[in-house]
Design a protein around this ligand. Sequence first.
Ligand code: NAD
Length: 493
Amino acid sequence: MKNKEPKEPFSLPKPGFIIGDQCIYNGNGGNFEHRFPGNGEIQCQIPIAGAIEVEKAILAADTAFSDWKKIAASKRRDLLFKLADLVTENSEEFAWIGAREVGSPISGVRMIPQKFEAWTKYAAGWADKLEGRVVSNPRDDSVLDYTLLEPYGVIGMILTWNGPLMALAMKLGPALAAGNTVVIKPPESTPFTAFRLMQLVQQAGFPPGVINLVTGGAEAGQALVKHPLVKKIAFTGGTQIAKNIATSIAPLLKPAIWELGGKSANLIFSDADMQSAVRYSARQPLFLAGQGCILPTRLLVEKNIEAEFTERLIAEVASLQIGDPMEYETELGPVISKSAQSRIFDMISKSKELGDGTLSFGGGLPKDVDPNGYFVEPTIFTNVKPNSLIAQKECFGPVIVLMPFKTEDEAIEIANSTAFGLGAYIQSSDISRCNRLIEKLHAGGIFINGAPTARENAPFGGLEFSGFGREGGRDGMLEYTRVKNIGINTSRQ
Ligand code: NAD
């Protein structure tokens, strides 16, 4: 018998906008029919924010800022700790909402609330440790020179849909701990997690207006980024939308953190532990059905192990349990929407037509799943041309491409050949080789032999078309402060 969650252990919250102390259920942007990706059934009508709601949210955040930046740092820290604990107390519900909202298997998203707690508590710990420094003055010791780290004011957060609670974890704690107030804009496809979190924000006792929520699309996003009271943008999404936003905010010279797409390479050498390398290289790119920015979707395999590795990779992928995201056994669920499913199928058939590589596994609809769900079979292209479409373009679906290489230099050349630079991965037992490669790989983060990504105390972010700015760690905290320099001539009264 299948180990299935009871039919409805929780219910989806009816999402609205949180603006100051108000909860509003109607938006000027109209409505969005939210469908469960597992079977395509409508599960809720979502109000979409227009420019009017966004403006109100910004004004609420701006009003709250003057008090929030002045309250004791320990109070900001304690509120964030309380919020983190509340999320953990409700972790089963957040996992359930995440699975219903995005279609990610519940077994895969169950650890995200704990990650939220870790990220938020890490950031909270910085609240009373963000200090300036005394600057020495080599020519005039009568001048006392020092710096202050100040918050920006209102931060506009534009989120994508693939990991709603994780995206909030990476942004909210650092911005708030540093004394900023925020307006969060998730897309209409993932309104539930953010709304449920806002209920806990209220329960934790945050002052109204410190965190505001307006769910919506491009209209809401534009209203947010262009508003003069929004002092910095924290964006997670695709490269093209980032370019559009960058163009919109250029006249305002507004700073932004860009967490964008990727096509990360995983370099597999013959000296790697084969079993671990196969398991990692098969499963990691298919996490969230391949809908993750930093997933290692390009496998670069040393030629002398290509045949054995490919055979074992296909066997590992074939063993994955595909199905209803609400079932605990499910390891691979659907993608987010019908349009995402069509886009991925289009990309697969175009790559077949173009002869980008050999379709060695998958490429169609999986068997034994709800035919109305947005499923895509896990797909493997082998012997792929490094400069082809499927090797260069982000697919954001369960598609792995495999390319052989003969030398380290060739591996580096292929790995660095895309416009992105988010992550790079190495599977090798030769530490000297790893050290050589670290220097040459063009990526914001390099992860060796299965080391985890996106840890709360380490900087996460990309290069080039993967964006810039960092989330996590000390670097992530400093993104939400700006430096003020003070000079005092102490020789004058
Ligand atoms: P997207 O770029 O289409 O949308 C991102 C956000 O921008 C959404 O909230 C959307 O409503 C908003 N938006 C759209 N048009 C806008 C406009 N003109 N002005 C202001 N806001 C606008 O991205 P997506 O399809 O939602 O997400 C997929 C992308 O996100 C992928 O490229 C993926 O790699 C990337 N991603 C990056 C990270 C990271 O941390 N680097 C994490 C997850 C996803």
